[in-house]
Design a protein around this ligand. Structure first.
Ligand SMILES: Cc1ncc(COP(=O)(O)O)c(C=O)c1O
Length: 449
């Protein structure tokens, strides 16, 4: 215990001044810190972090009466609108400063609904980010549209706006930027390109609850925004999602489409129905989400405080590069990600760095892979439907264009991400993360052998 405190104090002192850090680049620690106990845990030393991390999700007994109320009401389906689902839609729209919200069964179904409402159709193309959860690719394919990838800016991990325009063709209908890890995309240039080319913008904000860009919340910056409330997310209900936006007509189309195509607002089917599916959220899910909104707000503040502290400590370590946010923006910090430069760690591979960090009691992993090489897209573009909809030349050029995604390759090869609930821990736990990485840096030469 005493020794841990001593090490912590060292981290705090070292983080405050680069003089104290000057030895880090040499691989030779001052004598006091080269002691046995300071060896990396992977080489038999004591792990820096003991005692685990906040578990996720969190449930409070005081929230249970709302769920019981749904059970006892006998009103279990949300087909007729209103009820807890309606209350949640109002509360979530208010929270984001959006005109409206449509609650859905998941983030995936929110995205499918939005693409439909925005008029994305078979044979269209959607410009999106390759550095994302696979659902972003899949929702385009479900509509028989081609997900065309803009490159990733490795410094921000989001879509590089400068790489969008060259990908626009006469089939492009929408831009689908992803606020990955809760990091806001640079939306002004994206919206400007969309306006110039008459494209709709649908934000994949599935990891970006309460993230902000220039004073407005993610999910209200494009034409429509999509959220996920899956178990691992900051506002969880097991499964669940939402579409948000400021355009009533688009929102009406979402309401109608996700509720079997029932007439809604401006949307009138020829009979009662138009095209649609059943992507409704249940009242149980809505009751869970309503109870957790205040917690989301306080958790977000805590995550931001811890993320800022972590960033200040980590950017002092050679070879660790925290992500860069667009000007005047605030992240939601879903996973806390940074980029790793093995050259500053005596060539220690990212995988070995991750293994060493885990051994110190700091759970982490790599970011996303280059998923366009995983086979999903090959399977899609070789399917009968896609071959009917797109000329062979276009599909060939599409596949070849993956090689141009150099920024994305770099992001995939160098990102390290830590699990989301870690940012809900104490300040001293952030010190442990910083200290663990410093320790690995100081001993990186030994770890490479
Ligand atoms: C970026 C992104 N898009 C879409 C989704 C899909 O959301 P869901 O899992 O709720 O369907 C997720 C969920 O993990 C996501 O992280």
């Amino acid at each position: 215990m005493k020794e841990q405190v001593t090490r912590r104090r060292f981290v705090q002192t070292a983080a405050a001044g680069s003089v104290a850090l000057s030895w880090l680049g040499t691989g030779h620690a001052p004598m006091a810190f080269a002691a046995e106990a300071d060896k990396p845990a992977l080489l038999g030393g004591t792990p820096v972090h003991q005692g685990g991390w906040p578990k996720w999700p969190e449930w409070r007994k005081s929230w249970e009466p709302e769920i019981i109320e749904v059970l006892r009401s006998g009103r279990w389906s949300s087909a007729g609108w209103g009820g807890k689902v309606g209350q949640f839609e109002e509360a979530y729209a208010r929270l984001l400063g959006a005109k409206g919200c449509v609650a859905t069964a998941s983030g995936t179904t929110a995205l499918i609904t939005s693409l439909y409402a925005a008029g994305v159709d078979a044979g269209d193309e959607v410009i999106t980010s390759p550095f994302t959860f696979i659902a972003t690719y899949n929702v385009c394919l479900i509509h028989k549209a081609l997900p065309v990838f803009a490159d990733t800016d490795p410094d921000t991990l989001t879509m590089d706006p400068a790489t969008i325009e060259s990908r626009i063709t006469d089939r492009t209908r929408a831009i689908l930027p992803v606020h990955i890890y809760g990091l806001p995309c640079d939306m002004d240039p994206i919206n400007a390109i969309a306006k110039k080319h008459n494209l709709v913008v649908i934000e994949d904000a599935c990891q970006a609850w309460l993230a902000e860009y220039k004073g407005r919340k993610c999910g209200t910056l494009g034409d429509l925004g999509c959220f996920s409330f899956q178990n691992s997310k900051h506002l969880p209900s097991g499964e669940g999602g939402a579409v948000t936006g400021n355009d009533r007509e688009l929102l009406d189309r979402c309401q109608s489409f996700h509720n079997c195509g029932r007439s809604y607002g401006a949307v009138r089917g020829s009979g009662c129905f138009t095209r649609g599916s059943n992507f409704r959220m249940t009242h149980y899910q809505a009751a869970m989400l309503l109870e957790q909104i205040d917690k989301l707000v306080s958790d977000t503040q805590r995550r931001r405080r811890n993320a800022d502290y972590l960033t200040a400590g980590l950017e002092e370590i050679p070879g660790i590069r925290p992500v860069r946010l667009p000007a005047d923006s605030r992240a939601a910090w879903h996973l806390y990600a940074f980029r790793y430069d093995k050259d500053e760690f005596h060539g220690l591979s990212r995988d070995k760095f991750i293994t060493a960090l885990r051994a110190e009691g700091v759970p982490c992993g790599g970011g996303y892979r280059e998923q366009y090489y995983d086979g999903l897209l090959d399977e899609a573009i070789q399917s009968r439907g896609f071959r009917r909809l797109f000329p062979a030349q276009r599909l060939k050029a599409y596949h070849e264009s993956f090689q141009e995604l150099k920024g994305n390759r770099e992001a995939c090869q160098t990102t390290v991400a830590m699990y989301q609930s870690m940012l809900l821990a104490e300040r001293r736990d952030m010190d442990d993360i910083i200290e663990a990485i410093r320790k690995i840096h100081a001993h990186s030469a030994e770890l490479t052998t």
